[in-house]
Design a protein around this ligand. Structure first.
Ligand SMILES: Cc1ncc(COP(=O)(O)O)c(C=O)c1O
Length: 388
């Protein structure tokens, strides 16, 4: 404890010293480029942990936020708002899988916390099954189902339910693991932090099948892979597997903090006054942004663009230290021959920002959906200059 105190007290900026930080200061940004105080222009293929889906300074995003701020900056869920109804309808229709009840909250972890709480209520179960490698957030329930959290940072004295982990792709033991105590199975269909791991179709189908058979709720965590990131509205659409609950965030606000839980009717039937709650969730600014982000994705045909740019990266960027690609859409993992952190640092030296992952040999690309061919060419040229 004493050591911890002395380290944190030494920092001059008053910020909790809990983040490893890029050696990069940013003043402003436009399109897919970040600008530094020294005049560098850095191609952003990381998008602030997959958030900046429309890039920076998108005119429609800026206009939605400013005009909503002028007309009504906030009212809580106690006051019915047309913009909230429009955002929920837009999101449910965009998904189109019959998950027609929407609850807006503020972060990925909060959406997952609510999804797990609702599943426990709906089923009476006391156990949750999660997938090895999955990341679901830092709060009590979301952290409890996050792979590796217990060893690294989960510091609550106990978990809110029993947890069992299953290996990604392993369909052998589902009937034993997903038993009559199981309230929910939570899974990222394309795992983000793990390194852009697209789970096998047959695995997700088997989870769907076993959850239906057993009466457990299947919850897709699409906080990172949802809202167009895979080139489909949700990864659930890409796989053709409809879960009972989807949680989503990041691209949903494209820079404004907002998350949502989409719920199928048979689970939504358990929602009554006071079952869930939030102060900020569903505020008019967030809702105006949700409506606009989905509208821009549709009107600018960004799902097509995500799929095309993804294919272009797969076709042209397996050069230099890159040996292969995995993932879906613009949630791509580039498998590197050398430590990904080394390649990431070298790319940043060439003015390209990328991410790493839990896999030491996977470089993560979470580019804005407005990425163009010329940016892929820039990435290819930079990778070609690096040692194999
Ligand atoms: C798949 C997934 N779920 C949940 C979260 C947690 O989201 P937040 O940091 O907004 O709480 C993340 C964050 O990276 C994520 O990638």
């Amino acid at each position: 404890m004493d050591n911890v105190t002395s380290i944190s007290r030494a920092l001059p900026d008053h910020l909790a010293p809990v983040f490893a930080q890029f050696p990069l200061e940013v003043t402003d940004a436009s399109g897919v480029y970040l600008h530094t105080p020294g005049g560098r222009k850095v191609l952003d293929l990381y998008g602030g942990h997959a958030v900046a889906a429309l890039g920076y300074n998108h005119p429609r995003w800026v206009e939605a936020l400013t005009s909503q701020a002028r007309s009504l900056c906030f009212q809580s869920n106690a006051v019915p708002l047309d913009v909230r109804r429009r955002a929920a309808t837009k999101l449910a229709n965009f998904c189109g899988l019959g998950l027609d009840t929407v609850f807006f909250v503020n972060s990925g972890a909060e959406a997952n916390e609510n999804a797990l709480k609702l599943a426990c209520k709906a089923t009476g179960g006391t156990k949750v099954v999660a997938v090895e490698g999955g990341f679901h957030g830092r709060t009590a329930a979301a952290g409890a189902v996050t792979w590796g959290a217990e060893k690294k940072w989960y510091s609550f004295p106990q978990k809110p339910f029993d947890v069992a982990f299953i290996k990604p792709g392993d369909v052998g033991d589902l009937a034993t693991l997903i038993d009559d105590r199981t309230a929910a199975v939570i899974v990222e269909p394309v795992q983000g932090v793990a390194g852009a791991v697209d789970l096998p179709q047959a695995f997700l189908e088997a989870l769907r099948c076993r959850c239906s058979e057993n009466g457990s709720s299947l919850s897709f965590d699409e906080v990172q892979c949802g809202v167009g990131r895979t080139g489909y509205p949700f990864a659930a659409n890409m796989y053709g597997v409809a879960p009972d609950i989807i949680t989503t965030a990041k691209a949903l606000g494209a820079g404004f903090p907002v998350s949502a839980m989409l719920v199928a009717d048979h689970v939504a039937a358990y929602l009554k006054t006071d079952t869930l709650g939030t102060t900020f969730g569903g505020g008019p600014m967030a809702c105006a942004i949700v409506e606009t982000v989905i509208d821009v994705i549709q009107s600018e045909k960004l799902l097509d663009n995500v799929r095309e740019r993804s294919q272009e990266i797969r076709d042209t960027c397996i050069v230099g230290p890159v040996r292969g690609a995995q993932g879906a859409g613009l949630l791509l993992g580039l498998r590197t021959s050398r430590p990904a952190k080394e390649v990431q640092a070298e790319l940043l030296g060439l003015d390209i920002l990328t991410g790493t992952s839990a896999d030491p040999n996977v470089l993560r690309i979470l580019a804005p959906f407005v990425l163009e061919s010329q940016h892929v060419t820039e990435l290819r040229a930079a990778l070609s200059r690096l040692a194999k």
